[in-house]
Design a protein around this ligand. Structure first.
Ligand code: AMP
Ligand code: MG
Length: 483
């Protein structure tokens, strides 16, 4: 393998105690073929693949040829899946190493790379459609300014995977600040070895939260930092109508990135109870439950930290509980602030909450598109919709206009604020599905066009109206796990 790509590996996680991971290489694939490559991300990582030809790139992005100084591992972790504790681990992924670039450390991981010690009954593989879907949605999230893992490449394996039907296999190259999850702490905590827990704890502080190195109670401050990161994240999800779909504790990143794009999807028509995941029968991970579940997951994280918070167990529980109980107030504050931004309001007023809730209730009762309503409020030319001539809405708008003028707001400030947080474009379900259908038939053009448009969600672009049409709710969109 050519070395001039500029890989700069320093694989600290693989040097942690044996129990943390399995040393394993990706399983070689039959006929590698690169089909998507993220040039911009490669440049951000200071990587240069321009000297490689197609077959070398394909071998690289399937793991058939590993870069020098990589050191592949499958990470061990546990997790609460729909509330039930399970031992998990990377069953179909390997971390090939940590790449250093401009003082940042990036995990480079292959997803769909074959069986590991943690595969249980799975085949260790992934199908092309779901890997392309992760690429589309994670890159869309990044462009929406939401903290997320990224996608560097998708390559076909030339092998079939058997799901409900026979599908083409593929590998996604995922880039993350790390793949340490709440579930990683749960796995180590369950092993009941204090030295291992301390090792993970120190590692995480050094890697992700060095600012608390000098704290008096580092464990409590770690809990606080992760709690605040997760609140920021979920508030951002709520902002754009993103539904993660499988917020198990193994899918919650300690670094605060959106991770594990399985059954996730965006809400079109505003309905707080929206669920897309076929297995989420009770709506545990519905749009409106995301903050509550975030708090639930953080409580599981807090439990792992108890022995590190205080030697006195009862005192540690008390401190952790008090910290977890700050969630509601902090969330409410950040959510209100986000919604004020969406409405272009400056300052804070007592009546803001009812103004916001009245708009959401109106959208819900009238089955109106969430994203497009904010576009309408920004006076953007989206397809004429008679719903906005509704009297209740017009009356609401009068209240909103009046409130918008307060706190020395100007037309310019108001517009600029709204523009910075209200996307014109989200990855709408029917478009995602259509582009994937085309891609599965070998036509990548619609997918590449779509990626370009998703890359610039806050600005007007030519010919985007077809991407702004709400999905038809009667089509009952469903998404799936473990694909
Ligand atoms: P997820 O629903 O993607 O968070 O996956 C939950 C667990 O199942 C993780 O430990 C995955 O590694 C594992 N898993 C998912 N799909 C497969 C597969 N095809 N083969 C092996 N393990 C898998
Ligand atoms: Mg997962």
């Amino acid at each position: 393998m050519k070395n001039d790509i500029n890989w700069n590996f320093d694989n600290t996680y693989s040097r942690l105690p044996e129990a943390f991971s399995e040393k394993i290489n990706p399983v070689k694939v039959k006929d590698p073929k690169l089909i998507l490559f993220n040039e911009t991300l490669a440049q951000n990582l200071n990587l240069n693949f321009s000297e490689l030809n197609q077959s070398e790139l394909s071998a690289l992005f399937t793991g058939n040829e590993l870069p020098k100084n990589s050191n592949s591992i499958a990470q061990a972790y546990a997790g609460h899946q729909f509330g039930h504790f399970t031992m998990l681990g990377d069953g179909r992924a390997v971390l090939i190493g940590e790449h250093l670039s401009q003082n940042n450390r990036y995990d480079i991981q292959f997803k769909g790379s074959g069986k590991t010690a943690f595969s249980r009954n799975g085949d260790g593989r992934a199908a092309l459609g779901p890997m392309l879907r992760e690429y589309i949605i994670s890159e869309a999230m990044h462009a929406l300014n939401i903290s997320t893992t990224r996608s560097l490449a998708v390559a076909k394996t030339g092998e079939n995977v058997i799901r409900e039907t026979t599908l083409e296999g593929a590998i996604l190259t995922r880039v993350a600040s790390s793949h340490i999850r709440v579930g990683t702490f749960q796995y180590i905590a369950a092993r009941n070895k204090k030295d291992e827990l301390e090792t993970l704890f120190k590692y995480v502080i050094k890697r992700h939260y060095p600012e608390i190195e000098s704290s008096r109670n580092k464990a409590l401050d770690l809990l606080k930092s992760v709690l605040e990161k997760q609140i920021d994240l979920v508030v951002n999800w709520m902002r754009v109508g993103f539904i993660h779909g499988v917020m198990n504790t193994d899918n919650m990143s300690i670094a605060g990135e959106t991770i594990d794009y399985g059954p996730c999807a965006f809400m079109d028509i505003y309905d707080p109870k929206t669920v897309f995941s076929s297995i989420d029968k009770l709506g545990r991970y519905a749009y409106c439950n995301q903050p509550i579940i975030t708090k639930w997951n953080l409580s599981r994280f807090a439990e792992c930290l108890i022995p590190l918070i205080d030697k006195d167990h009862d005192k540690a529980v008390k401190l952790a509980t008090e910290m977890i109980d700050t969630f509601e107030i902090k969330y409410e504050e950040k959510w209100l602030s986000m919604m004020r931004n969406k409405l272009g309001l400056l300052g804070t007023e007592e009546k803001d909450k009812s103004l916001i809730l009245d708009l959401l209730t109106w959208m819900h009762q009238n089955k109106v598109d969430y994203t497009n309503t904010f576009c309408h409020l920004m006076n953007l030319k989206i397809k004429e919709d008679n719903i906005y001539k509704n009297n209740d809405f017009i009356n609401w708008k009068k209240r909103w206009k009046e409130r918008s003028l307060s706190h020395n707001n100007s037309e310019e400030k108001h517009k600029k604020l709204m523009k910075s947080v209200n996307p014109l474009i989200i990855p709408r379900n029917h478009i995602v599905e259509n582009t994937l259908k085309e891609a599965n038939q070998g036509n990548l053009k619609p997918l590449n066009n779509f990626l370009k448009i998703l890359n610039n969600p806050y600005n007007e672009q030519a010919n985007i109206s077809k991407y702004q049409v709400s999905s038809n709710p009667s089509e009952n969109y469903q998404t799936f796990c473990g694909t």
